[in-house]
Design a protein around this ligand. Structure first.
Ligand code: NAD
Length: 360
């Protein structure tokens, strides 16, 4: 087995706990990984003046593959999201989030097997915003009125929603290629093209064009609100679902809820050159530092990373061990106990990790 050097970004909140658990499992499964630790998080503001030191971005550039824990983004302050910054700096335009039932994890359904493909670089996440009352916001409001495009209240803050043909084509092509590679039969595009004709409408038109180039894969589309109802009623009607950035973010948590919650939902941010693997969940400040979090999502993100590194056998071994622990049901963390409605005492993050290692 080849040796791989991977950048490890523990992050903050529960990140140091979930990533330490993940490291233990990956090492016990026999992967030969040299971890190069790089920092990101709110705790770096004082020392570096930024939550994302340039050295961390350089470390990912050097190794090309990274795995990270979550990083806190305080709401409504000037503090930029580390995740959005990393995705933009490294051109990680695809966010890939498989949603798979794990028997015993308390999911609403037994057999969910679908994949979220979320555009990662634009939409309302482009970070182009104008603060209420600033000269720039007022200029923009005047400009829009002069153009006859509509009226905006003078006391508005404004976030811009750019959606390009280029990024839409890239993400939809990725969704079709992924469906073909992994043996899925259908791609669904979710959007609100009936209301936002020039952004979501462009996304949908582009998706239809790409679909014509992939006749072996079925294609349909759902308006995002109808999608939310459809997926909750019957997830089996979906295979690969492709979204613009914001809807994909929201749908990720919704879909995680179908299979047992955020504690078990893995993900990856992938670009032409670099890839960063990370759980869907955030830094969970409410439970940080208590050894109660569920490390499954981070462990399964590592399995995705091992697939990416060509270590499919070790990835499969890790997934099988996780499933064994859930099927056994005696060592499960508090979130899963809650999801399954069980009164049995929950296991700590450490105890759960020990059980996965035992099951390898
Ligand atoms: P969250 O995902 O951190 O937590 C939502 C709920 O799920 C909380 O009750 C939490 O305790 C629970 N939860 C999450 N992960 C869990 C786990 N592994 N085990 C057990 N329970 C778990 O979402 P939030 O509270 O909205 O966000 C907290 C912070 O995380 C915010 O600053 C947000 O910006 C940030 N965030 C970061 C990322 C990332 O770094 N990729 C992603 C999402 C949110």
């Amino acid at each position: 087995m080849a040796k791989h050097t991977v950048t490890l970004i523990p992050g903050d909140g529960i990140g140091p706990e979930t990533t330490a658990a993940m490291q233990r499992v990956v090492e016990a499964a026999g992967a030969d990984i040299e971890w190069e630790v790089a920092e990101a998080g709110a705790h770096l503001m004082e020392e570096f003046g930024t939550p994302l030191p340039p050295a961390t971005i350089d470390a990912v550039r050097k190794n090309k593959v990274a795995i990270k824990g979550p990083v806190t983004t305080p709401v409504g302050t000037g503090f930029r999201s580390v995740n959005v910054a990393l995705r933009q700096a490294l051109d990680l335009n695809v966010c890939l989030r498989p949603v798979l039932s794990i028997p015993g994890a308390g999911g609403r359904y037994e057999d969910v097997d679908l994949v979220i493909v979320r555009e990662n670089s634009e939409d309302l996440y482009a970070g182009i915003e104008f603060e209420e009352g600033t000269p720039d916001a007022l200029d923009l409001i005047d400009f829009i009125e002069e153009k006859g495009a509509g009226t905006i209240r003078k006391d508005s803050g404004i976030s811009i929603k750019p959606i390009s043909k280029t990024a839409s084509r890239n993400i939809v092509e990725y969704a079709f290629d992924y469906a073909e590679r992994q043996g899925y039969k259908k791609v669904t595009a979710a959007h609100k093209a009936n209301i936002m004709k020039h952004s979501d409408g462009l996304f949908l038109r582009t998706a239809r064009e790409v679909a014509e180039e992939h006749p072996s894969i079925e294609f349909n589309d759902n308006i995002i609100d109808a999608f939310c109802m459809n997926i909750v009623m019957d997830p089996s009607q979906f295979d690969v679902i492709v979204f613009p950035n914001l809807y994909g973010d929201i749908a990720s948590d919704l879909c995680a809820g179908l299979v047992g919650g955020l504690g078990i939902a893995p993900g990856a941010n992938i670009g032409p050159e670099y890839a960063i693997f990370e759980a869907v969940h955030g830094s969970a400040p409410d439970i940080a530092g208590k050894d109660v979090c569920n490390p499954t999502a981070e462990i399964l993100s590592a399995a995705m990373m091992l697939d990416h590194l060509g270590e499919q056998d070790i990835a499969a071994k890790i997934r099988a061990a996780v499933r064994k622990v859930y099927a056994d049901g005696s060592v499960l963390t508090a979130d899963i106990r809650k999801a399954t409605g069980s009164n049995t005492a929950p296991a700590s993050c450490t105890e759960f990790t020990d059980a996965v290692i035992q099951a390898l």
